[in-house]
Design a protein. Sequence first.
Length: 167
Amino acid sequence: MKRYFIEEAKCGITEGGMACGPVSGNVVATVRFNDGTASQWLNLVEVDGIPNVCLSDRDIYDDLLAEDYEDEAFTAYVNNHLIQHWNGIDFDFSYSTTLESMASDPENPAVPLIRYLLALVRCSMDETEALIATAAGKYADELDIPLSDIEENFMDEEDEDTAEDTE
């Protein structure tokens, strides 16, 4: 069975800015992992609650935080590395798609790595350092990953759907 070794994790918030008023920053999380053959970076940028997942062959964390989308080469790189499917797990611009995909294949070795990335993005910034410190140098399947709020909501909705089906 494939395992994912976490070499490094990072999480931060972009500066934000002004549109029709102040705009909050986006949460950026990156996990450098090794699957036994090579290191890669799984990146998640949450923009107004919408997940954007990118699998890269180099560290783009600082560039994602800088949000310099006038850098055409960087923008093209990110666009070329956005993913909708990885190791049997689906991604789109809704967390529910990913959660449904993980729920349908809970033994998939990618699930703990993705759950960890979700936890990083969705935890409070006060919890980020501890979550990062517990992961580096461990396999994703060895971590005690707290349930993120989106996982809890998903499970609650699943429970409600099951209860309605049995009535």
